[in-house]
Design a protein around this ligand. Structure first.
Ligand code: TPP
Length: 333
């Protein structure tokens, strides 16, 4: 079961900025808002069948990727799963190329062949994403080894769900990263469910951090979705990694507002009650950070985000599908 969120979104209780400058706060909000609105637009367009790939939306879960990518430099690397629009966007991936990819168009970031689950941005150092649960974790760990050998202080953040911590390669990666003090930030986005199965029915102990701590790795749990707590934990971990002190594991408890795959809500399916979601919706970090900005500044960011999305949708709609002769190009078994 997901944890009870403890924050409220009421701005009067906020310590202004949580140590962030006003421009840092605005940048964080822009990331959160962009992710939320791109995914809401994706959900809106999806029933038209213009989007040709299945979509796993992170609506409600934006805080972890926004917070962690906020403390990464452009040259640092991020790696995600099939639910990675948020990671791609937070790391600076091109919005139009992502939208075109979902439309299956040749201008997409995988020339229309990957779809939502396989977005990548070499330009923004988004390592790529995979539909096979857990597979991005050893790949990101290998990237960490490369970054350590490179010796330039770059780091890699890898995002995955609580379900991915059930894969053997997760534990092998933790051990290897800790043994070799690799600059890998392991970010578990624990939304309490693997498809429809709650954590409580999958593990005798729900304490993921305790399992990871057995590898001697520093662990941090963010129990309530607090974007500022995540940002601070990530900032400290990244500093340690740049000093060569090795990996950190952060467990971010979050909540997926929409169905596992697809654009709709699924509270009628019986595996989780709407009341559970409502507590998290009242704890919405996008609204929380937005409420901390002056109204005019917030409106300006919102308008800018809408313009970026409108351009991305136009780009996707007006782009061509890949030519048929490309069907077997760049396809590997
Ligand atoms: C190796 C593998 N096993 C099973 C699946 C089927 N599957 C797809 S998503 C998923 C649940 C993963 O849950 P979690 O890692 O918590 O991520 P979330 O979807 O909650 O973001 C499963 C079991 C798969 N894609 N790959």
């Amino acid at each position: 079961m997901a944890a009870d969120p403890r924050n409220t979104a009421s701005p009067e209780h906020e310590h202004a900025g949580h140590g962030l400058s006003s421009s840092q706060l605005a940048a964080l909000y822009r990331k959160l808002r962009l992710i939320r609105r791109v995914e809401e637009e994706t959900a809106r367009i999806y029933p038209s069948d213009k989007i040709k790939s299945p979509v796993h939306l992170a609506i409600g879960q934006e805080a972890s990727s926004a917070a962690v990518c906020d403390v990464l430099k452009p040259e640092d690397v991020a790696s995600g799963t099939y639910r990675s629009h948020a990671v791609y966007l937070a790391k600076g991936g091109n919005v139009a190329a992502m939208m075109a990819e979902m439309y299956g168009k040749v201008t997409g970031c995988c020339r229309g062949k990957g779809g939502s689950m396989h977005i990548i941005s070499p330009e923004a150092n988004v390592l790529g994403s995979s539909a096979v649960v857990g597979t991005n974790i050893p790949i990101a760990t290998g990237q960490g080894l490369m970054l350590k050998r490179e010796g330039k202080g770059r780091v890699c953040a890898v995002f995955f769900g609580d379900g991915a911590t059930e894969e053997g390669c997760f534990y092998e990666s933790l051990n290897f990263a800790m043994l070799h003090r690799l600059p890998v930030l392991f970010v578990c986005e624990n939304n309490g469910y693997a498809i429809h199965e709650p954590l409580s029915k999958r593990w005798s102990s729900e304490d993921i951090c305790a399992r990871v701590a057995a590898f001697g790795m520093p662990v941090v749990q963010i129990p309530d979705g607090d974007v500022f707590a995540m940002r601070e934990a990530a900032a400290q971990a990244v500093e340690r990694m740049r000093r060569g002190e090795g990996p950190t594991f952060i467990e971010c408890k979050l909540y997926r507002w929409r169905e596992h795959v697809g654009p709709a809500e699924d509270f009628d399916q019986g595996y989780r009650p709407r009341s559970e979601a409502e507590a998290w919706m009242a704890n919405d970090q996008v609204a929380r950070v937005g409420n901390m900005l002056p109204a005019a500044e917030r409106a300006g960011i919102d308008a800018e985000v809408e313009a970026v999305i409108a351009d991305a949708v136009d780009f996707a709609e007006s782009s061509a599908f890949p030519p048929a002769e490309e069907l077997y190009a760049n396809v590997y078994a």
